[in-house]
Design a protein around this ligand. Structure first.
Ligand code: ATP
Ligand code: MG
Length: 252
């Protein structure tokens, strides 16, 4: 059986430190559609790796493949349609929200699915939006969900999610998690989801990829990772107390 996705010996040079790598020897294979939580402390290169997987940046060495077809052999536009990146800081085009949603379909020459948009907007907590309004006026959290919807309209095979719930309130976050879990079950989409939210990682993923020491240090089931991390670095990561913000009264 061909793997859904693979990355082999990826290496990215460190842009500030000569002869050093931001990461190297990053190798993994995804045999069947799954949801992977990509974890690791800040600055390990998780976002950089996702951008490389999406063909928005390039690795200095190594290979990436979808169903054993190398990224190098596929037209980047087609690749980005199949392996779709949703950034933490979403970029909206000038024009209406609807224009933003439709542009993706136009660009990739696929029909615009009105019905799907109308089905997903309330499920993402966005039914209050007037789609004719300028997309630039959306809040950060609204932009995140519109850019997620924009990506879903492409029906990608692999969805790369970069802290996409980071600026959402708890209820909107749960809505996004629910939509994506159902989407994974219905469409069989593989998801590689970067998050710093341990509870979210436990809930949404079947597999954990843990980045540390400049490589993909652990690749195991989510249960095994949280119950018995194999490396000391991962043990410290799992045991680190999660940040809690004291609700002090505002002094101003
Ligand atoms: N070739 C490179 N490409 C991108 N970033 C690089 C590179 N070399 C070094 N860096 C640095 O390494 C870090 C990688 O950042 P990146 O955003 O990928 O990490 P991250 O794991 O996603 O962090 P966070 O959890 O804070 O989002 C940045 O500090 C960046 O300046
Ligand atoms: Mg990042």
């Amino acid at each position: 059986m061909k793997p859904v996705f693979h990355m082999q010996q990826l290496r990215k040079k460190h842009e500030g430190k000569e002869n050093q790598a931001l990461f190297a020897n990053v190798t993994a294979e995804i045999a069947d559609p799954t949801v992977i939580a990509l974890l690791g402390v800040s600055g390990q290169g998780k976002s950089t790796l996702l951008r490389i997987l999406a063909s928005l940046e390039h690795a200095d060495e190594g290979d990436i493949g979808l169903h054993n077809i190398s990224q190098r052999e596929m037209d980047p536009r087609l690749w980005r349609m199949k392996v779709c990146y949703v950034a933490q800081q979403s970029v909206m085009l000038t024009g209406s929200i609807e224009h933003n949603l439709k542009t993706v379909s136009l660009l990739h020459r696929i029909p615009y699915e009105d019905k799907l948009v109308n089905h997903l907007l309330p499920r993402l907590g966005l039914d209050h939006l007037d789609l004719s309004k300028s997309a630039l006026e959306l809040s950060g959290g609204e932009k995140q969900r519109i850019s997620l919807l924009r990506a879903l309209l492409l029906h990608p095979e692999v969805l790369l999610l970069d802290e996409i719930t980071a600026s959402l309130d708890r209820s909107s976050k749960q809505m996004v998690e629910q939509v994506l879990q159902e989407w994974h079950q219905q469409e069989g989409t593989t998801m590689i989801w970067v998050t710093h939210d341990i509870e979210q990682a436990k809930q949404i993923s079947q597999t954990v990829w843990f980045m540390g020491e400049g490589t993909l240090l652990e690749n195991c089931s989510t249960e095994a990772f949280f119950e018995q991390p194999a490396t000391e670095l991962a043990r410290n990561y799992v045991q680190a107390p999660s940040v809690s913000y004291k609700e002090d009264p505002c002094p101003f």
